[in-house]
Design a protein around this ligand. Structure first.
Ligand SMILES: [Zn+2]
Length: 409
């Protein structure tokens, strides 16, 4: 593995999803107990990403709480059952309700987010002892990609250079599940690639890093990646054995969200995109910390990787996303066909990944903002003098809004 380490940015913020009652229950008995392994204080991010009052409040609050790098930060995003959070954008651009603001305040200034994550891990281990989905490893000559189903819908990925036995993991949410895979595969963990700070993607960083001392933790310095040892910038490459990963900055879901692209050429394989919460099969991540314009640019960047690119998403959301998409586009044969296949897969609790970016463009509404049939379905027209991409961002915003409402019902 190449690249030297840097001083961590040590950024922290909070968030989570789930019922208030459950959260308070989690916080109550554990608040002064052993779970104090959670963050006691959260240094603020020095991002300057938005200029809205909410952000200023957060920055000021964080500065008050700032302390030594804690190595952990609370979560949010991509988790089931309904709590919204992080109103970090201008009110007019974010449909967050006051309750969502209250949630975010809890997560940002208390340990509730981390405690909630711990509870989610425990519950998922009990409910899905074999993981939420049955997944198959993907082999190319010299490389093996092993999806690891964790929590109730997340995927971690162990990517192995089979020649040297060196490996990287993407988003190790549940460290025990990832460690079990490492031991079963008998590989050396050299890198943790973290797409973003939310606990359901980063919660295993600390334990795995402790267990594998020489392993580096990669991610954006703009996000609050726990245990970050080696901040990456856009387009930076990291080698693990014969594997080469390129980090791409893809803000929108979070300010520092990054995706990782495995170069398949040395193995005669297509590029492999580990997309975190940027892009799912037929879906995209929620816009917690970026505008529709920002997210659109990130999605366009991903699409630019090419149609044969394999998409390895951060969540198993395919059935829900395709069902939602089918409500928007009533006459899309590609969508219907994929929905049929996904329905069958999910009835058997099988994983639906990977898809390809070529496929995604035929049914994923978040990648179809340029399509007249989708625009018509939403009742949107490009305004006179409106830039094409500004209009596409408006379409994306509306699809996202409807998807948020759909999930909430
Ligand atoms: Zn997330």
């Amino acid at each position: 593995m190449q690249r030297g380490g840097h001083t961590s940015a040590g950024l922290r913020m909070a968030g989570a999803r789930g019922g208030l009652r459950g959260l308070l229950a989690a916080a109550g008995p554990a608040a002064g107990g052993p779970a104090a392994a959670g963050p006691a204080a959260r240094p603020c991010r020095p991002w300057g990403w938005t200029a809205d009052p909410g952000s200023r409040f957060l920055r000021q609050s964080c500065h008050r709480l700032a302390g030594p790098r804690s190595g952990q930060e609370p979560a949010s995003g991509g988790l089931p059952e309904g709590v919204e959070y992080i109103p970090t954008r201008k009110k007019g651009k974010n449909p967050m309700k006051p309750v969502g603001v209250a949630w975010y305040s809890l997560y940002a200034h208390t340990r509730l987010g981390y405690l909630f994550y711990q509870r989610q891990v425990k519950k998922a281990r009990e409910r899905y002892p074999q993981g939420h989905s049955a997944s198959q490893p993907c082999h190319f000559p010299g490389v093996k990609i092993l999806p690891i189903p964790v929590l109730s819908s997340n995927y971690s990925y162990l990517v192995i250079d089979t020649g040297s036995g060196r490996a990287a993991v993407i988003d190790p949410s549940d460290p025990l599940a990832v460690q079990a895979a490492i031991e079963e595969e008998e590989v050396i963990l050299e890198a943790i690639f973290c797409t973003h700070k939310h606990w359901d993607h980063s919660g295993g960083n600390a334990m795995l890093h402790q267990r594998h001392n020489s392993c580096k933790v990669y991610g954006s310095a703009l996000d609050a990646i726990p245990e970050l040892t080696s901040p990456l910038v856009d387009r930076e490459k990291v080698s693990v054995g014969c594997l080469t990963f390129e980090a791409l900055a893809t803000p929108g879901h979070t300010v520092g969200h990054m995706v990782y692209v495995l170069d398949g050429r040395p193995f005669g394989a297509p590029p492999c995109l580990f997309s975190g919460d940027l892009l799912f099969l037929a879906g995209c991540g929620r816009l917690f910390e970026g505008s529709p314009e920002t997210m659109l640019a990130s999605l366009d960047l991903a699409v630019g990787l090419g149609e044969d690119t394999l998409l390895w998403p951060g969540h198993e959301y395919a059935l829900e996303c395709l069902t939602f998409a089918s409500l928007l586009e009533l006459d899309n044969p590609a969508l219907e066909q994929k929905l049929q296949w996904v329905t069958q897969q999910r009835q058997e609790k099988r994983s639906t990944c990977p898809s390809t970016l070529g496929e995604e463009q035929t049914y994923n509404p978040f990648l179809r903002t340029h399509r007249p049939e989708l625009q018509a379905a939403l009742g949107l027209c490009q305004g006179p003098g409106e830039q094409h991409n500004a209009f596409r961002a408006r379409v994306l915003k509306e699809v996202r809004r409807r998807k948020d409402l759909y999930k909430a019902t």
